[in-house]
Ligand binder design. Structure first.
Ligand code: ADP
Ligand code: MG
Length: 253
């Protein structure tokens, strides 16, 4: 098995550390039948990948072995963000495996963090939901459950794609990451409902980026960026500009 060096897992903020501690305790009390956990959110950029990596590291610090699978084959940032490097050159990922180009043992990497293993997303593909539904993914999950204490699946935001619902079928629990002042309560409730319909147990929510509340400027964050995401992914339901201006009006009134 190849080893990648993870140069850069961002240190957790105090609030996230507290949330993670709660989550970890929660997980440990859920019993050992809760092994495969998906991490999702309503919209992009709420902090799924950050929470996933920090929770993974936190679990390894308790002596657990963890496999992190980046299933967000639409927008994969983990390789770049973590500055992951392999000695052998190109890193292969989930999309290589799910499309039959690589074998399972060629896409699971050990890391320089003890007991932390990774499957990166690989190059983005036009049909992520379709390839997730194939037997390959089921095989991966079966293998991972057998080999690791925990499998954390970093998913696409649920309002953008049904990937998380497909992945949920193979998981024992879900963690919802909610970023302060980003998605509306209605949208978050919809996401919760979608997860419940898929039959997965919601283990908890991480309220992320809460420090922005103190400044009262949380609503302005990522304004233009969400606009772009919306165009790219056709998030018809999500109208961030409208949400933002409603909030602004409310605040000013
Ligand atoms: N608690 C936090 N405080 C400050 N910045 C954060 C926090 N959580 C995430 N971020 C930043 O927000 C951006 C989006 O986070 P990311 O984990 O990539 O979101 P997602 O995977 O949901 O799209 C990143 O630049 C990340 O560093
Ligand atoms: Mg992400």
């Amino acid at each position: 098995m190849q080893i990648v060096k993870l140069g850069n897992i961002k240190e957790h903020s105090y609030t996230m550390k507290e949330s993670l501690r709660g989550l970890k305790t929660n997980l440990q009390f859920c019993g050992d039948d809760v092994k495969a956990i998906l991490v999702t959110s309503s919209v992009p950029d709420e902090g799924k990948s950050t929470v996933t990596m920090n929770l993974a590291r936190s679990l390894t610090e308790s002596g657990k072995s963890v496999l992190v699978v980046d299933t967000d084959m639409r927008k994969s940032v983990l390789i770049g963000r973590l500055r992951a490097k392999s000695h052998e050159g190109e890193l292969y990922g989930l999309s290589h495996y799910l499309s039959g180009q690589k074998k399972l043992d060629e896409v699971i990497y050990a890391t320089d963090i003890k007991k932390l293993f990774m499957v990166f997303a690989g190059p983005s593909v036009p049909n992520p939901t379709e390839i997730l539904e194939k037997k390959y993914f089921e095989n991966l999950m079966e293998f991972a459950r057998d080999q690791f204490d925990y499998v954390l699946l970093d998913c696409a935001p649920i309002a953008a794609a049904i990937d998380a619902a497909v992945i949920a079928k193979h998981c024992d629990g879900a963690i919802l990451v909610i970023s302060q002042g980003v998605a509306s309560a209605r949208l978050i409730n919809n996401v919760k409902k979608q997860l419940e319909i898929s039959g997965v147990r919601i283990l908890g929510a991480v309220l992320n980026k809460v420090e922005m509340k103190k400044n009262g400027y949380g609503y302005g964050y990522g304004y233009g960026y969400y606009g772009n995401e919306e165009d790219e992914k056709g998030l018809a339901k999500l109208k961030p500009e409208e949400e933002q201006s409603k909030k602004r009006k409310k605040k000013n009134s």
